[in-house]
Ligand binder design. Structure first.
Ligand SMILES: Nc1ncnc2c1ncn2[C@@H]1O[C@H](COP(=O)(O)OP(=O)(O)O)[C@@H](O)[C@H]1O
Ligand SMILES: [Mg+2]
Length: 1045
């Protein structure tokens, strides 16, 4: 928000009241300058002047709405939103009904302005489902009314062809409740005729372009505009206007407002009827009487119309072609001429359309009206056609300009009134000022006795010959000396030569300029007659809507009274409007059209100057300045200017008024320049205000410099302090870091030095012992390496695991010899152990026996080495197989250890006889081989010892104990083929049985004991005997030689 926007903006002052000097040129220049800067809004006090930019400006955004919402009117750039906000707040907060009067030429932007006001109010008032619905309905009334009431004119592509006044009603909280729309004087002549380059009302083009094929068929319409006489048989093309889209928007809007589909259809049907009426062609025919009459040239269109409205075509045909007139209490039907017929047709079309438009407005009103009984505040928005000065001005222009004249009157009166009231309110003395009061013109037109309108009505109602000439003559008589009235006649009377004023015309000096009106058509338009037959025909139709539009067509209600004239109606409605406006607080938006060509941002000074004049802007400014040019509430004034006095700056503690007084006293303005009201300060001339503003600007600049200076100083200081603080922190950290690094370095160096020193010391001490131990260490190391290598090598090359293989690698070094030997025996023992573990018990026993044999005989007896190869079989006889030995078997039982054949040496002669020998675990049995009968059974315990020779013979002596039972026979001398086995087993068995070793003598000489005494036995080596069979020779009685080899 530009709170400090200067009121003296160099480009142009935002408020023209402050213009100095005030001339037309300066005013025009200001507007132009502002326009050039896209400032299209300018104030005169609280009146907004809006210059149409003809291009969309970015000043209507939601952000802008926010900016102007609750703003200070004079603190922000002039804007239509500012005035809307001011009005809305005044309505809401001060409970004052408002009206917003928007005036200006056609195309100056009135309708846009009214929409902006509405949308602003809608945007700022509160939200809620119900409120939104109401808002939407109010806003959506625009597209509907625009479709039916707007048309393209040369000046404006979307020109409103009716006057509109809309009352928006609010509740006490400022929430919209609904509204009422009033419409004024629809330009219905446009229905039947319009200038080339303009168009008929939008709705026709919209319907044809946007209606679906089905709808058009239903309405019996052709899509092509060129088909229709009322559309000038031209194509619709209008750049920048999408008729089809607008049609859809209009339909949507109707839905939002609450039109039922049936209502919409009925509305469009009546619209179609109007369009089709224009195509009803009449042709002349002659009656039997010879009178010229008219008839329908082509009945197709007429029939279609009648189908649409549910009417007998003949009724309509009759109504169009003839007329009933009352002649002496009798109704007489007369035929019409073709022009009369066309007149009737066009009048019907115009009437249908204008009544339809009224119905439309009423229908919208029923939707948006507020339920009675609610307390409400009203904001009225008036968007009415502006002052019109054409080349050829007719009745419509006269009426329109009359309305504008009235608005100007209300403007002057209310501006002044307000001004006056304010002075009274504020307790200020008021000296009236001169200004142009246009009531004289208003009076000229509307005076009920001798005003122009009254004269017109009089002429219309007067019996006898009535035409425009008589009317003009009457005017000339009446206003011959009127300052604001002129005609050829009055000019002639005053000897004025004026070629611009034709004789059929009169001229009125309106406040906005002189306008010449042509009286042609005044009477007819004022009468606005519709033949009764036509209204009755319409009333007779089945179409409910159309029927309702023509209540006077009811034959029961036929009255002879003529309907009120157009001017009468208009005057009445203007009077109502004025009354309405007087009761409200007015806000003005005065629209200016900057060029005739609708060109964006083009400013034609002459054109604008003309509008400045007829809008009376200069007067507006003057009126505003007549008293005091400027006024402001004390608090805002003090706030704005308090810096101009050291006593009020920077803070004033007293009341605002006192502050203002002190302030202005300090500034020493002449006292007549100022007036102190109750709540406001008034400043008479703009110059004073400018002076104030200039001083303020200077002071603001000074203050700004001061603030800047202090701020810059403060900023630099704080920045410096911050930098300094930072610098200290940084340098502290940096120094700390440096020192830390240095310390670390020193510590590292000290450690290194220390380490060196310690090392040096240690080395020196160590060196003394170093050499003594070195050789042992080295040798140990080498030994260990060698041993390791030897063991690893050994593990890799172990000899085969055979028991009999005794190979073993030699020790590689001498010092390993013992260990190698040890390892070898360990390995061998381990090999044997392994071997033993895998032996069967039999084999084991056998080997044990063999071992035993070796213990007994190895290296002692030659036979041993021979016996090595022989396995110990034990059983040589086959006791079990041979049945002969059954007895022996029984003796042996299962305790048999050995059974063999031996030879027994006879003691007497030394001869040897075969005997069977059985060795059991308990006995030794000798048996006769033939009988197989035991001869001798010796208990093992009886055996005392055994003697054998050294040689390889099988001789053995079995010495018995003297006490034994068998001992009686004496010792036995035996020869066995398996001596080694026999002795070994005997020895073993005895050992097992008695745990005593059997004494074994290996000797060459021994004695035996026989019953006949002892006998010495000598072993003699002899070559004569066989290898293992000894020969015993008796030498004497108690000597015996045993020859062995
Ligand atoms: N404030 C505005 N910003 C942009 N264009 C505008 C503005 N006011 C009016 N116009 C343009 O001028 C045209 C005529 O305005 P409109 O309000 O219909 O004129 P009026 O109602 O006075 O005859 C609009 O169609 C629009 O193009
Ligand atoms: Mg308009």
């Amino acid at each position: 928000m530009e709170a400090t926007t200067s009121l003296l903006d160099a480009a142009a002052v935002g408020d023209l009241v402050l213009l100095d000097p005030l001339t037309e040129e300066s005013l025009l220049h200001t507007l132009q300058e502002r326009f050039r800067h896209s400032d299209i809004y300018t104030y005169i006090g609280n009146v907004v002047i809006s210059v149409n930019p003809y291009q969309s400006l970015p000043i209507y955004t939601p952000e802008k709405v926010q900016e102007y919402h609750n703003c200070n009117f004079f603190a922000v750039k002039p804007h239509i939103y500012a005035i809307a906000d001011d009005a809305y707040r005044s309505l809401r907060d001060r409970d004052r009904d408002q009206c917003i009067l928007i005036t200006g030429e056609s195309g100056a932007g009135k309708t846009e302005a009214s929409k902006l006001v509405m949308s602003y109010v809608a945007a700022v008032c509160s939200k809620g489902e119900e409120v939104d619905k109401v808002k939407e309905q109010l806003l959506q009334s625009n597209p509907v009314l625009e479709a039916f009431g707007n048309a393209k004119t040369i000046r404006n592509d979307n020109s409103s062809r009716f006057g509109k006044y809309m009352d928006v009603e609010f509740d006490f909280k400022g929430e919209p409740l609904g509204g009422v729309i009033s419409n004024y004087l629809l330009e219905k002549s446009r229905i039947v005729r319009h200038v080339k380059g303009e168009r008929n009302f939008h709705i026709f083009y919209q319907l044809l372009a946007g209606g679906s094929a089905q709808l058009l068929q239903q309405l019996k319409l052709h899509q092509d505009c060129r088909h229709y006489g009322y559309l000038n048989r031209e194509s619709s093309g209008l750049p920048g206007m999408d008729d089809a889209a607008n049609f859809r928007a209009m339909q949507d809007a109707m839905r939002v407002i609450g039109f039922s589909p049936a209502e919409v259809t009925a509305l469009l049907e009546v619209t179609a009827v109007v369009l089709k009426l224009g195509n009803v062609q009449l042709s002349s025919s002659f009656q039997a009487s010879g009178m010229e009459a008219c008839s329908i040239a082509e009945t197709q269109e007429l029939q279609e119309i009648c189908q649409l409205i549910g009417l007998d075509p003949s009724i309509l045909e009759q109504a169009l072609c003839s007329r009933t007139v009352k002649a002496r209490d009798e109704m007489v039907r007369t035929t019409l001429s073709v022009p009369q017929g066309y007149y009737g047709r066009d009048a019907l079309a115009k009437n249908i359309y204008s009544r339809l438009f009224d119905w439309l407005v009423n229908r919208i009103n029923t939707s948006i009206q507020v339920k009675p009984g609610k307390q409400r505040k009203v904001m009225g928005v008036l968007d009415i056609y502006g002052f019109e000065i054409f080349q050829d001005n007719g009745f419509e222009q006269f009426i329109i300009n009359y309305c504008n004249e009235k608005l100007q009157q209300i403007f002057i009166l209310m501006t002044l009134k307000e001004e006056q009231e304010e002075y009274i309110r504020e307790g200020i003395q008021w000296t009236p000022v001169e200004f142009f009061d246009n009531s004289i013109i208003c009076n000229l037109i509307e005076n009920s006795k001798c005003g122009i309108l009254a004269m017109l009505d009089e002429e219309c109602l007067r019996p006898g010959v009535v035409n425009e000439d008589t009317f003009l003559t009457k005017l000339n008589q009446l206003f011959a000396t009127h300052k604001h009235y002129e005609s050829k006649e009055t000019q002639n009377a005053q000897h004025v030569m004026d070629a611009s004023l034709p004789s059929q015309c009169f001229r009125i000096h309106h406040y906005a300029g002189k306008v010449t009106y042509n009286v042609t058509g005044f009477i007819e338009k004022n009468n606005d007659l519709l033949f009764r037959d036509l209204s009755q025909a319409m009333w007779a139709s089945q179409h409910a809507l159309l029927h309702s539009l023509f209540p006077e067509g009811d034959p029961q209600k036929v009255s002879l009274k003529l309907p009120p004239t157009a001017s009468f109606q208009f005057k009445a409605s203007v009077a109502t409007l004025m009354k309405n406006l007087y009761s409200k607080n007015p806000n003005y938006i005065r629209c200016i059209k900057p060029n005739e060509t609708k060109t964006a941002m083009l400013f034609t000074p002459e054109l604008v100057l003309a509008q400045i004049r007829y809008l009376g802007l200069m007067e507006n400014v003057r009126v505003r300045r007549a008293g005091y040019a400027f006024r402001q509430l004390y608090d805002s004034f003090l706030e704005r200017y308090k810096m101009l006095s050291p006593r009020t700056w920077p803070r004033w503690t007293g009341s605002h008024r006192e502050g203002t007084e002190v302030l202005l006293a300090d500034l020493a303005f002449p006292p007549e320049e100022l007036a102190f009201g109750h709540t406001k300060i008034f400043i008479r001339s703009p110059r004073t205000l400018f002076d104030l503003e200039r001083r303020r600007q200077e002071r603001v600049a000074e203050l700004a410099t001061l603030i800047q200076k202090i701020f810059r100083g403060w900023r630099c200081r704080t920045q410096y302090q911050l930098m300094r603080k930072s610098q200290i922190i940084i340098s502290a950290w940096f120094r700390g870091h440096m020192e830390k690094n240095k310390y670390k370095q020193m510590k590292r160096s000290a450690l290194i030095i220390q380490a060196y020193a310690r090392g040096w010391k240690a080395r020196r001490a160590y060196r003394r012992y170093f050499r003594s131990g070195a050789s042992t260490r080295l040798a140990n190391f080498i030994y260990r390496r060698l041993v390791q290598k030897f063991l690893v090598g050994l593990a890799r090359n172990l000899p085969p695991l055979l028991v009999l293989d005794r190979t073993w690698p030699p020790a590689p070094y001498k010092f390993l010899a013992d260990a190698n030997q040890e390892l070898r025996s360990i390995f061998y023992r381990w090999k044997c152990k392994k071997y033993r573990e895998q032996l069967t018990p039999q084999r084991r026993a056998l080997l044990q026996a063999k071992l035993h044999a070796s213990e007994l005989f190895k290296d002692k007896k030659a036979l041993y080495s021979i016996s090595l190869q022989q396995p110990f079989q034990g059983e040589y006889l086959g006791l079990t197989q041979n049945p002969k030995y059954q007895k022996l078997h029984a003796v042996a039982k299962d305790k048999l250890v050995m059974a063999d054949t031996v030879r027994k040496v006879n003691r007497a002669n030394g001869k040897a006889v075969p005997r069977l020998l059985l060795l059991t675990t308990e006995h030794l049995v000798l048996a006769d081989p033939k009988a197989a009968q035991p001869k001798t059974v010796l208990s093992l315990g009886d055996i005392h010892s055994i003697s054998v020779t050294r040689f390889s013979d099988g001789f053995l002596a079995l010495h018995l104990k003297e006490t034994s039972t068998g001992g009686a026979k004496g010792d036995f001398l035996l020869i066995s083929d398996h001596l080694i086995e026999l002795v070994t087993r005997l020895h073993q068995t005895l050992m097992d049985a008695t745990a005593q070793a059997l004494p074994l003598h290996i000797t060459d000489q021994f004695s035996t004991r026989f019953p006949k005494g002892a006998m010495a036995i000598t072993v003699v080596e002899s070559d004569k005997v066989g290898s293992n069979i000894p020969v015993c020779k008796k030498r004497g009685s108690n000597k015996m030689e045993v020859l062995v080899h």
